[in-house]
Design a protein around this ligand. Sequence first.
Ligand SMILES: Nc1ncnc2c1ncn2[C@@H]1O[C@H](COP(=O)(O)OP(=O)(O)O)[C@@H](O)[C@H]1O
Ligand SMILES: [Mg+2]
Length: 380
Amino acid sequence: MTDLIGSALLHRFRVEEFLGKGGMAGVYKVRDEQRAAFLAMKVLHADLAEDKIFLRRFRREAQTLAKLQHPNIVRFYSLELSDDLVFLLLDFVDGITLRKEISRAKGPFSLKRVLEIMQPVCSALHYAHQSGIVHCDIKPANIMIHKNGTVLVSDFGIARMAESATSTMVGVGTPAYMAPELARGESPIPQTDIYALGIVLFEMLTGGDRPFIGESAKTTGSTSEKIRWEQIYLQPPSPRKLNPSISLELEAVVLKCLNKKPEERYLSATEFMNAIRATVSDNGSSVSVAVVPLAPHPVAPSTPLIRTASSNTASVSRPSVKPVSLTSRSTKRNALKTYVITFVVISLLLLCACGITCSLFFAPKSFWCIFPFWPAGICP
Ligand SMILES: Nc1ncnc2c1ncn2[C@@H]1O[C@H](COP(=O)(O)OP(=O)(O)O)[C@@H](O)[C@H]1O
Ligand SMILES: [Mg+2]
């Protein structure tokens, strides 16, 4: 990975430093001699670089990605070919990934920090969704924090390109953040990103825990296949169980993002952000509003297939549980409880009123005369 260092690709991009390795590429810091600026260069792994269908599609879409310009998006410039190398050029971010910040924090983020991260990420997502682009691989490793504090979302739409790859090494997205519809092989929509960002929020609030890690899957296969299975069939654990200081309201926001049905999640990243903000006061503490807590439950499968990186038809076993709509069920149960209590209280009051009235009419005069308040002459 270091053999490129020192070379000048296309007589223009001088490779300075190896930055890291991801699922699709090795990343280097390069100096663009023409523009006198640093860029990040992603050198695609050989099987992607040799995949003609992938390259054709990427070339077609590269111009759309290059048009995405937002203060919280790492700018994508172009796809380049040099000898047998295929590489992407993006803005170089001098900083760290959110992945690193989460692991360094060794505990839950403060609500203030959560807002500082979520606000720009939601803003970037909203802008991209409005432009018709779904990220498809939202995860802490694709959220970068510049050393001046700016939060930037990286790799917009890039994972989506890999969907067309005929190579076996890639699948779209990362299983731990993969919405059920994506895990089933359906097309991504904006709510697919909202689901993934919900998992990122879960992680920040719990100090690095993720709802699905493949340990509860009732299927065999790789960890990645097990996590996909869980994304499709299991309800997430309660984030409050992992961090009791999370308010019920904020937990409800997280769990709404993680709804199995995309239409039950927030309609937009802005709506998601507004919901988070409504649970946090200006000084960064939780705001309390009465909400119905959502308890985690298993749900039934809607489709039995998980598409995997190596196969389109990997089968999984069905869990023997019935579908439950968590929100409507618990809401109905609470409403019923209120009706019953109100009915009992009103019945008791009516019974008392009836008793008093009856005794006024039917009790013998001698009974009333035991009370001392009657005017003289009424009682013997
Ligand atoms: N634009 C960038 N600027 C600086 N460093 C980057 C940039 N993009 C990626 N990196 C670094 O390279 C690593 C690998 O990135 P990437 O190939 O996107 O993999 P992944 O997103 O799967 O972790 C990242 O963890 C990060 O440290
Ligand atoms: Mg990345």
